[in-house]
Design a protein around this ligand. Structure first.
Ligand code: SAM
Ligand code: SF4
Length: 327
């Protein structure tokens, strides 16, 4: 369906849990996290009902995220069920990769099309510092496991941070030299504890400059129109894969935004930064029938905000952390 700014909303990102097996400094506090009660998060039946309704409204792509989606018990069952929903053409997953060594093959068989792995560094000490867990080896094994399970078009997401993983901007890019991976750089966004963590994102123009200095001029790569995301892709000479840039802060991509988000406790978020949205869990638990659900979802989506205001202190910001929203 279209919102009031004629944007086609065809993509939902679903956070299936607020739990995580890492504690990335810009995403989660190290301690004092209040775990949600099990009954407060959406059951699989509730998620499926919402996805069916969204599919009726024109959503064609689902991404599962979290917290860490692979720690949610029964996730493979949920994936199989979503796969069967009419209208859903693409099912993808964003993961920190720690559980991929044992789950990649099952994810493939269950019907996941694409996997994004968040990996900010290839250095063990930096990884342990940033995520507060010494699990880099698992993530590297996980990338290998994805390849062996037959996944293609895998994306690696890196948040470049000043004075922390600068050297990894190039080291991660090198992964795309011989393999058809997409290595994407994402600007640190002021969500949750990101700025309070003391970390500072490297501006995307600076990331581009570092890569151009190493690889020379880029050739921009078109991605076609269908279900495009906000990344802009380039292919340095001699690379099998691509490099992507998500310039959330400097260059807004709001006018082509095609997505909404569903939090683990069933709040439909219309924009990453804003609190605006719909409490779908309440609606379901108060007994809304399918017609009422469709009506409420379409009303909410119609009123999706025009753009984000990350840099505007006067505008309302959401108090949720990134691990609660799913990125
Ligand atoms: N646990 C999974 C993972 O790490 O891929 C899925 C959830 S995580 C919240 C999704 C993405 O959000 C990760 O790529 C992470 O790097 C990114 N992220 C978290 N906090 C961020 C922030 N403040 N700014 C930009 N990206 C952020
Ligand atoms: Fe967990 Fe992902 Fe947040 Fe890291 S970025 S703490 S892996 S949810």
């Amino acid at each position: 369906m279209q919102d009031r700014f004629q944007r086609n909303i065809e993509y939902v990102r679903i956070s299936v849990t607020d739990l995580c097996n890492l504690r990335c400094r810009y995403c989660m506090p190290g301690q004092g996290i209040r775990k949600m009660r099990h009954e407060d998060i959406l059951s699989f039946d509730e998620i499926l009902r919402i996805v069916r309704a969204l599919a009726e409204l024109g959503v064609r792509k689902v991404r599962l995220t979290g917290g860490e989606p692979l720690v949610r018990k029964g996730i493979l069952e949920l994936i199989k069920e979503i796969r069967h929903i009419e209208g859903i053409e693409v099912l993808s997953l964003t993961t920190n990769g720690v559980l991929l060594p044992e789950m990649a093959t099952d994810l493939r068989s269950a019907g996941v099309d694409y996997v994004n792995v968040s990996l900010d560094t290839l250095d063990e000490d930096t990884f342990s510092f940033l995520t507060r867990r010494p699990l880099l080896a698992k993530v590297k094994e996980g990338l290998q496991a994805l390849e062996e399970a037959g996944f293609t078009d895998t994306k690696i997401n890196c948040v470049p941070l000043a004075g922390v993983n600068e050297a990894d901007v190039l080291k991660l890019a090198e992964l795309a030299r011989s393999k058809p991976l997409k290595v994407r750089y994402i600007e640190l966004m002021p969500v949750g504890c990101a700025y309070r963590s003391g970390l500072r994102g490297i501006p995307m123009d600076e990331v581009r400059r570092m890569l151009k200095e190493a690889y020379g001029a880029f050739v921009q790569v078109g991605q076609g129109k269908s279900l495009r995301g906000p990344a802009e892709y380039v292919r340095p000479a001699g690379f099998a894969g691509q490099l992507g840039f998500i310039d959330a802060m400097g260059h807004k991509f709001c006018n082509s935004c095609n997505r909404v988000r569903l939090t683990a406790e069933g709040f439909l978020k219309l924009c990453l930064h804003a609190g605006a949205g719909l409490d779908v869990r309440d609606l379901l638990r108060l007994g809304a029938d399918d017609r009422k659900l469709l009506e409420a979802l379409s009303q909410a989506i119609y009123h999706k905000p025009a753009e984000h205001y990350f840099l505007d202190a006067d505008k309302e910001q959401d108090s949720r952390y990134m691990y609660q929203v799913g990125g």
